[in-house]
Each structure stands twice: as C-alpha cells, then as structure tokens.
Design a protein around this ligand. Structure first.
Ligand code: ZN
Length: 453
C-alpha cells in the first residue's frame, strides 16, 4: 500500500530524513503509531498532501473550526510541546507555515484550521467487525484511494489499524477503489453526499452517463452514429452494465418518486415477497435459475442465479456477467409501480426483518430476510461485508424457524455456505476480524450435526 501511495503522490518525492521533521508540525494530530517509524513519517507526509478544500468550504464550518483551532493552540502552548517550527521554513509551499512563530512555537490558527478541513474531507468512520461505527479517524494513506459506488475494495479495521481488502479479482493496472458512501442509497443522494463532503461529481461505473468505449466507438466510426440515430433517442440512451442498476432501484423511471406506503408494502409482502422467498427452498449449486421471470418471481430469480456462483467461488467476471443479465431482464420485465425492489423498499424490509428478529418471529423473518438478500445481491458487491453479515443472521433465523422443519435447517446450511465464502473475503482468514468467520464455521458444524451430514 505504501509503494502505491508514493507513486500516486504528485507534488513531491517522499524523503524520510526531511519529512521526518514534518512530524514536529503535525505531530499533535498524527494518527500513526510510535511502533512503526516509517509508517508514522509517511503518514505525516501524506497528511500534508491531502486536500482540505478550505476555499470552497461552508463559512459557518470554517468559523467553527477557527474557534476550535484557537482553543487547541492555547492548549498546545500551555502543554509546552517541543515543536520544531524551523522545519516549516524548509517545507515552504507544502505546509504554508510562515508566520507560525519562532522555534518551539506550535502551528498557527490558520494551519490548524487547514488540518481540521483535511480531517473533514478525509476522515473515515471506524467500525467493528459487525460494521457498527465506533469512532472517526483520519488515515491519510487510506484516503488516497479514489471512490467508486461499485468498489472493488473495502475498508475494514482491526483495532486502530485500517485494512484495505480486495472484494474481487483486480487486474494489474486496474484502479483500486473504495466507497466513501453506502452503495445502497440512491444516485441523487450519493451525488449530494459526495459533492457536499468531498467536492466531486462521481463518474464511477454506476454513475457515469455513458461507457467510455461506446463514446470512443461513436467518435471513431460514423456509421455507428447513423445506426444509433435510426434506432431513435430512447434506444441510443439505453444503458448497459452497472448503469442500469440505479434506474432499477430508484423507481423514478415511471415518474414515481419511490415513496412507499405501509399498506402497499404489506400487499407486496403477501403477493410477491413471501411466494418469492418460498422458492428459495430449491436452491443449490446444481440447479439452474428459471429461464423467464415474472413480476412475482424476481426474488427467486436473483437468488437462484447468484447464490450458486457465490457458493462455488465463481470468478469475478462470470459473476458480473450474470449480474448484468439479471439487470437486463429486470429492466425489460413489467413491474408494478412503485417497483418492489427499490432502495426505499429495501430499507423498509430491512427494518421489518429486524423487528421480526426482535419478536423472534423466525418464519416471517426468514422470508423477509430472503427478500432482503436478493436486493443486497443486486445492489452490493457479492463479497461486501454487509451481505456476509446479513447471510449469517438469516441463517440463524432459518435454523430457529421450527415451522419450516428440516427444509429450514437445510436452507440455513445453504445460506451459511454463502456467509462463510463472503466473510472469508471481507473479514479475512487471519487477524482479529476472522473470529467472525470461525463463528460461522462453528455454527455450520452445529447445523451439519442436525442434518446428520
Ligand atoms: Zn458513483
């Protein structure tokens, strides 16, 4: 990771001897640990290269930061921390520390405001292995990874250590991207969040307007334009790949804003979600998904199409191609409005699932959880930790579902295989987070004993 960071730094070459002194200037705010000198120095250097976007930040926020900075500076002065501010002069242009005072003086208020702005634009929510947020922190090297709403890597934590884990096979030369926002929120909301906090417009595989190769092809070949023109504007604008996803989950294509009434949701559960979940009972690696999909069978279609690929660790390309087929099929299938698989429905269903778990309504929870799984598989990368964690909870619910008999126990085992394969990637097989993988494996043994396997 460090080598990659150095290559991506464009405004100077990291020099350990010189940059070691940067610590004096940013020492009080550095997140490195004293146990690893190189990481600490590099972290401090990379921090000095991060963007703070002060010039475009909200004036109210800047005023707040100025107040905080003034207080911090007073505390730094009274702490008598041994700052080496002469370093600042040598680093002129990078840290802009002129006026910071003589030797031994702490950073100026302006510098501290700059640091706070860098924190604001580059901080991470630190979460535990169950994805519960525990704290906020700035990890300068981790902040160098660019964003994608369809990331191929995920940020995880083991204590105070940040770990960037690949979610899929990544080719040599392919960019490694993490996600700065929840991939389960709608495009407009993601765009707003990214613009407000990180000051950019996302052009990732989900958000971009047109695949680059298509633009290039039209540019190079005039007959493509002619053909496209004869197809009409609608077909020309037809999206491919991940670009279809947001149209599907937004439910705004038909002019409906995706707002869901409780009554409508209940009806959907009765007519679509519950029958869909029942068909999971025949899932297995040897079974093929149905060749057609109706408006009531999309849950089982998604589950049948994708679960065997996850259980058998199919290559990323095979999985992605299957996913695109599903998007195309869902796009060309007539659905009721609002659509039954928008993110609004997903949020409602997730909350309903949690309520069922709280009330130990295992049968209903298992069905709702299956529906949620189908939506998660449609929206999140397959090895996303959220998907693995959901599978584990769903498997427990299925196992507890006495009404479902041995069928539920068998289903629980299928879902556990899914959970194990996903968590092995998202949480790893070594280190603190792998405890969860072992927990899943232990539970699998219990279920297998019951199945007599
Ligand atoms: Zn995006």
């Amino acid at each position: 990771m460090i080598v990659m960071s150095i290559e991506r730094l464009q405004n100077g070459t990291y020099n350990e001897t010189e940059d070691a002194n940067t610590l004096a200037a940013v020492g009080a705010l550095s997140t490195g640990t004293s146990g690893d000198k190189e990481t600490l120095y590099l972290t401090a250097y990379v921090f000095s290269t991060l963007m703070g976007h002060e010039s475009v930040s909200d004036p109210a926020l800047l005023a707040k930061y100025k107040t905080i900075a003034t207080q911090i500076r007073e505390q730094l002065i009274s702490s008598k921390f041994p700052f080496k501010s002469e370093v600042s002069q040598r680093r002129k242009g990078r840290l802009e520390t002129e006026g910071a005072g003589g030797a031994g003086a702490p950073p100026s208020v302006a510098e501290l405001v700059q640091y706070l702005c860098r924190f604001h634009c580059n901080n991470f929510s630190i979460h535990d292995s169950q994805l519960f947020t525990m704290a906020e922190g700035t990890f300068p090297i981790g902040a160098l990874f660019n964003h994608s709403c369809r990331p191929n890597a995920i940020v995880m934590y083991e204590g105070k250590v940040q770990i960037v884990r690949a979610l899929e096979d990544i080719e040599v030369g392919q960019e490694v991207c993490t996600s700065y926002v929840d991939n389960g929120v709608q495009r407009a909301e993601r765009r707003q969040l990214l613009r407000e906090k990180y000051f950019f417009d996302c052009l990732c595989p989900r958000c971009g307007d047109e695949p680059q190769e298509q633009q290039q092809q039209r540019h190079d070949d005039p007959t493509v334009e002619e053909t496209a023109g004869s197809l009409g504007k609608k077909d020309r604008m037809k999206k491919t790949g991940f670009r279809i996803l947001d149209d599907l989950i937004e439910g705004s294509q038909d002019g409906v804003d995706g707002k869901v009434e409780g009554e409508w949701l209940t009806k959907q559960f009765e007519t679509i979600i519950l029958p869909g979940a029942r068909s999971l009972q025949v899932v297995g690696p040897s079974l093929k998904p149905p060749s057609t999909i109706t408006r009531v069978s999309f849950t089982s279609y998604i589950i049948h199409s994708l679960v065997p690929l996850i259980q058998t660790n199919a290559p990323s390309q095979v999985y992605t191609e299957r996913l695109f087929e599903i998007y195309n099929i869902l796009q060309s299938t007539p659905h009721c409005t609002p659509k039954p698989f928008t993110t609004t429905v997903m949020t409602n269903a997730t909350s309903f699932f949690n309520t069922c778990l709280e009330h130990q309504s295992w049968n209903l929870a298992s069905k709702i959880g299956t529906f949620v799984l189908a939506l998660y598989l449609m929206i999140y990368p397959r090895h996303h930790p959220l998907v693995g964690l959901h599978c584990f909870t769903l498997a427990k619910s299925l196992w507890n579902d006495v009404d479902g008999g041995m069928t539920s126990v068998r289903l629980s085992h299928e879902i556990l295989k899914l959970s194990r394969n996903i968590l092995r990637v998202s949480h790893g097989t070594k280190g603190e987070n792998s405890a969860l993988v072992r927990e899943v494996e232990e539970f699998m043994k219990t279920v297998e004993t019951e199945l007599g396997a």
